[in-house]
Design a protein around this ligand. Sequence first.
Ligand code: SAM
Length: 222
Amino acid sequence: MIRFNVLTLFPELIQPHLEFLPFKRAVEKNAAGYKLWNLRSYARDKRGTIDDKPYGGGTGMLLMPEPIYDALSDIHGEPPENVIKRDGVRVVLLSPRGKRYDQKYAEELSKASEITLICGRYEGVDARIEENYVTDVISIGDYVISGGEVPALIILESITRLLPQVIEKEDAITKESFSEGNIEHPQYTRPETFKGKKVPDVLLSGNHKEIEKWKKENSPLA
Ligand code: SAM
């Protein structure tokens, strides 16, 4: 059982996804649990302030370190500086500055017992969080989007698919793109001919050896 925590200003962006597969099955099968934590409730003032201007100038606002520190302490029940030393616990900051996420990284994270994802917003997060209280900084690609919620969902979903019993047919995972260093071959379903375009003959031949050969030849290296 892997426990996921997501720290975000917008839990309502994430919650609806958790009601669908693969998350729904992961919960049913006791393979994973998901908890959303609202960063706003860790503001230290009554106005709910969680952001401030960057030192040295620059446009936009940054998420302040105190609310994130307090939330991490609450999530894990101990100071964040201790949490990152615990075996099996990963505390992840989503950031374009991070290490590029891929299937191998998902497989590595799927072995953790608890993963906490910190979603940035605005211009990002005070750098002292990244420098002192996380085990991983992850980027989903070389582009910038408005918040860490979609990146967090990508990470949640890619890991959840790898958990035992979540995808019912084991093959669906082990033969999927990137799992064996290749991209999956093209696949076709009915009808045999669609707008004059026919399914490759070999796939209709019933010759399993030839079909496997064709699949291999059409699965390029990732
Ligand atoms: N000022 C930052 C920069 O130029 O790198 C961009 C901040 S972005 C508008 C706000 C938040 O979205 C980030 O703190 C991060 O959590 C998330 N985010 C945006 N793009 C991302 C990416 N490619 N990978 C992971 N997180 C991303």
